[in-house]
Design a protein around this ligand. Sequence first.
Ligand code: SF4
Length: 349
Amino acid sequence: MQQKNKYIRIQEFLKQNKFPDFRMNQIKNAVFKGRINYFNEITVLPKSLRKLLMNEFGDSILNIAALKVQHSEQVTKVLFEISGDEKIETVNMKYKAGWESFCISSQCGCHFGCTFCATGDIGLKRSLTSDEMTDQILYFHLKGHSIDSISFMGMGEALANIQVFDALHVLTNPELFALSPRRLSISTIGIIPGIKKITQDYPQVNLTFSLHSPFNEQRSKLMPINERFPLLEVMDTLDEHIRVTSRKVYIAYIMLPGVNDSIDHANEVVRLLRSRYKRGNLFHVNIIRYNPTVSSPMRFEEVNEKQVVNFYKKLKSAGINVTVRSQFGIDIDAACGQLYGNYQKNKNR
Ligand code: SF4
C-alpha cells in the first residue's frame, strides 16, 4: 500500500490537533528556506507544539542516516541506512560552473537482472518510500547544497516503484523542494505503463531509455525485461511520449566491448531511430563507456576507444543526436550498487 509522505502526515497531524494552517507553512519555511532539520530548532513554533511533533515524528525531519561518505574531486557518494537495516546510495556531482546534480536510488537492490549491472546482482530488497527518495535530496539541501538537477538513476528501476510519482510530486511542489520538472530525469529499462504515466502526469520530466542493444533478441539476453516489454513496443510508447510532450527522449547506450559496439549495432541504432516520429530528431543518444571495475553478473572487457569513436561517427553522420558521456566520477566509481557491494563485503569480513 502506498504510504503518505511525511509532509502530508505532518499537515494532517496539525489539523487533527486543531493547529492553524500557518503552522505548516512555518515548518515548510523552516526546512526549505531556513534549512532547519530539528523540530526543536523551529523556534517560531510554540514549545508545546515542537514537543508534540517530536513525540509523533521523532527529533528530525530527515529520516535517513549517512553511513559512509566517499569524496573525490567532483563527486560525493553517500551510503545511507534506511529502515530494516537496508542501505541505499546517492551520488552528488559538482560541475565546474557550480552546477550540482544528484543521482538518487528508487529501490534497494533490483530484481530485473540486467547482466552488466551491479545492482541487479544484489536482487531486490524492497522499493523505497517517497520519503526515502526525497530524503536523499533533503540531506544535501540541509547541508547547504544547491539542488540543480536530479536523476533517478541510482539503485533500482524507477518506474517499477509507484512511489516515484509521489516523490516527483514532493520534489516539484512549490512549497517544498520547488524544483522545475525539467530539472528531473527518470531513467527506465522500458516499463511501458510507467512511461505512459510519465507522459500523462509529468510530461516535462526528462526521460531516459536504457537501450543497450538495438536487436530485440540480444536485448532480451542482456536485459530480461525485454521479454515482457519488447523493444519495438517500448519505442512506439516513446514515440507517443514525444508526440504528446514535444520533449526530447534520451537513449542510454552502454558500450559493452565485443557485445554491442560493432558497426552493425550502430547501423541498427540509426535504422531504429530514423524510422521514428520526425525521423528520430527528438531522440538523443548518450554513449556510456562500460566501467570494467564494476562487479556485474557478466564480465566485459576494457572499452575499445576506437570502437567508441566509430560508433559515435556512424550515428553522427546519419544525423542522429549523439554524445559520448565522459568518465566523470570514474575514480569513485559512480555506478549504482558498487558502494553497497563494498560495504557488505567489509561488513562480512
Ligand atoms: Fe535494475 Fe537498472 Fe540494474 Fe537493470 S540496470 S538490474 S533495471 S538497476
